[in-house]
Design a protein around this ligand. Structure first.
Ligand code: DER
Length: 234
């Protein structure tokens, strides 16, 4: 089974929880893409009816439009029945790192407005602690971004943090989010310890918009494993 097939297995399993009439948070990334495709299939087969999608990025918005999924937003639907989305990391307490695809702000807005949030991953996303596999993204305003980047790096000096402004494919051009902001990626050499303390400290910095730790938000994590089995960590 390829990694993409594993992603598809987890995505299809999550879509089994979708019922007609639901307002759905539509996730972003290569795993959530399969869930959005599957929802559209079931809609067109008549197996799902009266679904409204709330996309978590312009990328997912475009995908959903091309698939004919009816769309709306949080202004019209402040409570979302179910969101299905991927993650970059899942720790043993079902805390997530998200945002390596750049959509963390809209994802967190939508997924924190959900009654149920199902995370779909392949087993490569399971980590011992946040930051173990790569960047923990922080969305910052462009104004004096270097000032904010330096404060973020100093905040996590104890964990050997290196803070880097995200550029498009590591080139010269600064990556700009759907919301017109920048992303500073935090790379930790050591475990940052209490995540709630870390989260509060990051959000106290004026200039920070949001970070990619999704704490105590996932209702269920569906993990597709190499032998094709599914682990439901509910
Ligand atoms: O950027 C994001 O938050 C995405 O959901 C990401 O975390 C998962 O993307 P993937 O399914 O392509 O690995």
């Amino acid at each position: 089974l390829t990694q993409d097939e594993l992603k598809k297995i987890a995505a299809y399993k999550a879509v089994e929880f979708v019922q007609s009439g639901m307002v759905l948070g539509l996730g972003t990334g290569s795993t959530a893409k399969h869930a959005v495709d599957r929802i559209a299939d079931l809609l067109h087969q008549g197996k799902l009816k009266n679904i409204v999608g709330i996309p978590t990025s312009t990328k997912t918005h475009k995908q959903a439009v091309s698939l004919g999924i009816p769309l709306s937003d949080l202004n019209s639907h402040p409570v979302v029945d179910l969101a299905i989305d991927g993650a970059d990391e899942v720790d043993s307490n079902l805390n997530l790192v998200k945002g390596r695809g750049g959509s963390l702000l809209r994802e967190k807005m939508i997924e924190s407005a959900c009654k149920k949030f199902i995370v779909i991953v392949d087993e490569s996303k399971l980590v011992a602690h946040v930051g173990a596999s790569g960047a923990m993204p922080v969305e910052v305003v462009p104004f004096c971004w270097k000032f904010t980047q330096d404060r973020l790096q100093n905040l996590f000096d104890y964990a050997g943090c290196v803070a880097k402004l995200r550029t498009d494919n590591g080139g010269e051009k600064i990556f700009v989010t759907d919301n017109g902001n920048y992303i500073v990626d935090l790379f930790f050499k050591k475990d940052i310890g209490d995540l709630k303390v870390a989260s509060d400290a990051i959000l106290r910095l004026a200039g920070v918009v949001e970070h990619g730790m999704f704490l105590d938000m996932a209702t269920t994590v569906i993990v597709a494993e190499v032998e094709g089995s599914l682990l439901n960590c509910g």
